[in-house]
Design a protein around this ligand. Structure first.
Ligand code: G2I
Length: 456
């Protein structure tokens, strides 16, 4: 990586972005925020958000500076979204989604089916009535947010703690062991573009509980149950410590053909021990190609569900802690030396900076595109994967022609112009050898596709 390269774009108020070419001696330049650094590695860095805190300027200031993925801490749970059966209430969750849209952040949805935080009416249900209520809930909530969610925690915390390796008892579990796969199939039908995750805690090392989840994922993949990702909450504390097999555990799940994500990270250690543990978790994610991102469970220590443990990256006043610095350093150190992304600055423009690479065309800035098709009677979803070549790219366009009779009804993570499909603001930058994905939903038959890719 000894090429000079293009510098950043400066957005002028109300005017088009102009590219400023800056010759850099080296392409390595440390990113200064968690989100930008993670994006530089083809990943995201997110946090849990409470809607009622968005009006707190310190809170939202840190949120919008540092994080490019948001999980609603409570606002998308069953008790919040369907307090009365059949009557849906999306106000607080919509507020968070609107904030994310306004600030170029993506959304993780949390959580469609869970034994906890059920509304009272569901807690009192059982059998077929509860099963039907769960399906109706997932259909409505995932449908309401269709196209707006990067990944859903479809099922949360369904396995028992301890050595038994079995399912947790709950009213949902008592509707029949297939409730989890029914939840995933229902979510896929409601929002075919969202990644569908299973999410749990105390599964952060190789143990009986994580192995039980592993066995389920293996079975789902073998039988074609739609599962795309596994979330590892990673609520680390002395009773549930960070273990040396953390990375190996992520890797064994990734090897099953699912993405893995750290979904609710907080670490109830202090000082250097906490900083080191955050760095270890970050390095583990960066070392696993299919670990697509890290989410911490809150911003300041005072925002934490267990605030007395001070388990987060910012102190009560919003100052960066040692754990913040170690996390950012680990992000910056991980992976290859690639340029800071054009797509993650707070003043991002809607389109990527024009490419004016001094190395010119053919300077190794290529990409390849591959497709996978999920076809059913009358409809399809095409997932297109854009993989950068031997150098990072900052923008891409895929050429893809669908057969006559196929009609596009929805897309995600992409902007379309006829048969040209180009990156959106947050996914133009793809590190060397890394990939990003976009989706096309349609009616008719997708057939055999021959995509081309141009990167710059
Ligand atoms: O418990 C930590 C997390 C474990 N994994 C699943 C997550 O969804 C869970 O998050 C926590 C939230 O951080 C808390 O904020 O889930 C708790 C509920 O299980 C949340 O606490 C609840 C309180 O228990 C309620 O009394 C309160 O009404 O927050 C609610 C909204 O503020």
């Amino acid at each position: 990586m000894d090429r000079a390269r293009t510098g950043g774009a400066i957005a002028l108020a109300g005017a088009a972005a102009i590219a400023v070419v800056v010759g850099l001696a080296s392409s390595a330049q440390a990113a200064t925020t968690l989100g930008a650094s993670a994006a530089d590695k083809g990943r995201y860095f997110g946090t849990a958000v409470a809607a009622y805190k968005l009006s707190d300027a310190t809170y939202s200031g840190i949120l919008d500076r540092e994080f490019n993925m948001i999980t609603p801490e409570n606002e998308m749970k069953w008790d919040a979204t369907e307090p009365t059966q059949g009557q849906f209430s999306y106000g607080s969750a919509d507020q968070i989604v609107a904030h994310a849209n306004a600030h170029g952040q993506r959304m993780r949805g949390h959580a469609l089916a869970w034994y906890s935080q059920q509304p009272g009416w569901a807690q009192n249900m059982s059998g077929t009535a509860l099963r039907n209520a769960m399906v109706n809930h997932i259909t409505n909530v995932a449908g309401h947010y269709k196209g707006k969610i990067y990944a859903w925690d479809v099922v949360n915390e369904a396995f028992a703690d301890g050595g038994g390796g079995g399912r947790r008892d709950s009213n949902l579990q008592r509707t029949g062991n297939d409730w989890i796969e029914v939840a995933f199939r229902t979510a896929r039908a409601a929002d075919p573009g969202a990644k569908l995750c299973y999410n749990d805690y105390n599964t952060d090392g190789i143990n009986a509980k994580s192995t039980a989840v592993y066995t389920m994922v293996q079975d789902f993949k073998a039988r074609g149950v739609p599962i795309d990702c596994v979330g590892f909450q990673s609520h680390i504390n002395s009773g549930s410590p960070l273990t040396s097999d953390y990375q190996a555990n992520l890797q064994r799940f990734a090897d099953l053909g699912v993405d893995v994500q750290i979904t609710e990270l907080d670490i109830a250690y202090s000082g250097t021990q906490q900083a080191n543990a955050y760095a270890s978790v970050t390095k583990a994610c960066l070392a696993v190609a299919r670990c697509t991102g890290i989410t911490v469970w809150g911003i300041r220590d005072s925002d934490s569900w267990r605030s007395s443990d001070n388990p987060l990256l910012f102190d009560n006043n919003g100052n960066k802690k040692a754990a913040y610095t170690s996390t950012l350093d680990a992000l910056n150190a991980g992976g290859t030396t690639s340029p800071p992304p054009v797509s993650t600055s707070p003043s991002r423009s809607a389109s990527p900076s024009p490419s004016t690479s001094p190395s010119g065309p053919g300077g190794g800035q290529g990409c390849t595109a591959t497709t996978s098709v999920n076809q059913w009677q009358g409809g399809f979803v095409v997932t297109v994967r854009v993989t950068a070549g031997s150098a990072a790219i900052n923008a891409w366009t895929v050429g893809l022609t669908l057969p006559t009779g196929a009609t596009v009804t929805g897309t995600w993570n992409v902007t379309r112009s006829g048969n040209s499909w180009s990156n959106v603001s947050y996914n133009g930058h793809v590190n060397a050898g890394q990939y990003t994905e976009f989706g096309i939903q349609g009616t008719g038959t997708a057939g055999t596709l021959s995509p081309t890719c141009a990167g710059s």
